[in-house]
Design a protein around this ligand. Sequence first.
Ligand code: ADP
Ligand code: MG
Length: 594
Amino acid sequence: MTEVAQHAGEQEGRTPPDTPKAPLRRLWEYARPHSGALLLGGFLSFLGGAAGLAQPLVAKLVIDALAQDQTLTRPLLLLGVLLLTGALVSALGAYVLGRTGESVVLTVRRQLLTRLLRLRVGAVDRLKPGDLVSRLTSDTTLLRSVVTNSLTNVVTGSLLLIGGVVLMAVMDAILFGVTMAVLVVVGLVMGVVLPRISRATVAGQAAVGEMGALLERLFGAFRTVKASGAERHEGERLETAAHTAWRKGVQVAAWSALSGTVAGFAVNIAFLAVLGMGGVRVAAGELEVSSLIAFLLLLFYLMEPLAMLVQAATEMQSGLAAVHRIDEVATLEREEVDAAPESPTGSNGPATVAFADVTFRYAPDAPMVHHGVTFEAPSGGLTALVGPSGAGKTTVFSLLERFYDATSGAVLLDGVDVRNWPLPALRAAIGYVEQDAPVLDGTLRQNLVMAAPQATAEEIDAVVRTARLEELVARLPDGLDSAIGHRGTTISGGERQRVAIARALLRRPRLLLMDEATSQLDAANETALKQVMLDAARETSVMVVAHRLSTVTSADRIVVMEAGRVRAVGTHAELVATDELYRDLAASQLLTAS
Ligand code: ADP
Ligand code: MG
């Protein structure tokens, strides 16, 4: 995916993608808006921890009081208050941090969702939706624990550790030296372990993403998988991904267990060493017993921040891996949508289209799809694009919609390069009906108004009439409010296409692009479709990739494309007389149902 971002970046004239940043910096960017709450939560946790750290000192007071035959009431009371306050403050800190973690996840998810919706079509072509889902769900979830625990634990753990170490240094230099030697060993071990945890986590998350991508592939073609008896083969691929995730998880567990154990073990070694050395020095009268006990207690209290640090550093690795995966999506090339929605020409009538020596390839390393396409479609009327499959007809529409940008040459709408149109204005001027346009889950009405939520009942009625959908509306159990799509009534291919046309017309486009479905329509649907197109062409400019003779013969002009070039332009009669390819197409495979 990093490769994808680079690809996108190489092409000019686009919103440059954010440059990927070091995960730690990016993590901080996500956390920064919540830095106040994080600071508060971290401070409360730190206070809670510090209350614990003060206990050895109070214990020393108690022992000294015992030795001097004083009453224990005051020191014990102090200890009690300290414990209670510490617990309360810690609980509050934990709540504040937990809440903040959720907020950070929400911020990241919001940002990611907005960005996903604005991705360029070219960037989405190369994405696997399943992998994307895992980045949006599982990787963002990983961030929560990093922000709530790891980030603050690293800070509070370090502060407590430093505080404790300073206290130790003040109490006894020799015992301090012994302790430090042991801590250095822990540091060295962590230096070896952490990069390994990081690598294993990245690989594990990638395997989870791969699982998502495979599942999407499986359920996208579930019937074919079943019919081909390919469950076993597909299952094996899923099993491999699941197993990889397991193996990487086990590696993380092993390295984490090792680092945790080493840290615990080191503290115990330090305890023994301090006990031995301290004992000798107490016997020699160089150290008070109470000081030795306080030192030992301190050592045990240090176990907590030390374990905290080790765990946080470990968790931080998975969080940083997640940030990296999120960042790969967040930095993909996006469309600019902030621009003013006014058309640059101020014109309101049917639009003109012109291609001027357009060359185009889908990716820098892909073969050329257009080799200098040149044609003009004047304002109004029906223009048909015909040609063999793979000639580059659909690509003409993609360039007009600016799903991609021409490699060289210019695509003009109303005489203005589409790259100079504000994107919202361009998309508002053009209605686009995809080949095999999908019906979205929901009611017929929802399907129509998705592009024009403010449409009035009259406007909806009008497009229903223009698209010859009255019969469908009358037949459906609840009219316009009947569910269609996966969970509703299935509608025929011809009806689906007319629903798509009605949807596009509701936006009052100045240019209607329609990529005809190749599948055969029945006679009634075909006549309806032809009428719909001719009606639409009276009000606006219509360009259609035509596969049917009826469409082509009624067109005002026909552009014949072959292998990325325009071969001829004319009316049906002219082309039949002059163009061999067109004659062949008309006679045979392309223009069906004569
Ligand atoms: P037509 O609509 O005339 O059948 P297209 O414009 O769909 O032709 O495709 C022209 C060429 O571009 C084909 O060789 C096709 O494989 C390639 N192509 C189409 N869409 C993409 C895409 N999204 N990425 C890469 N190549 C593509
Ligand atoms: Mg096509």
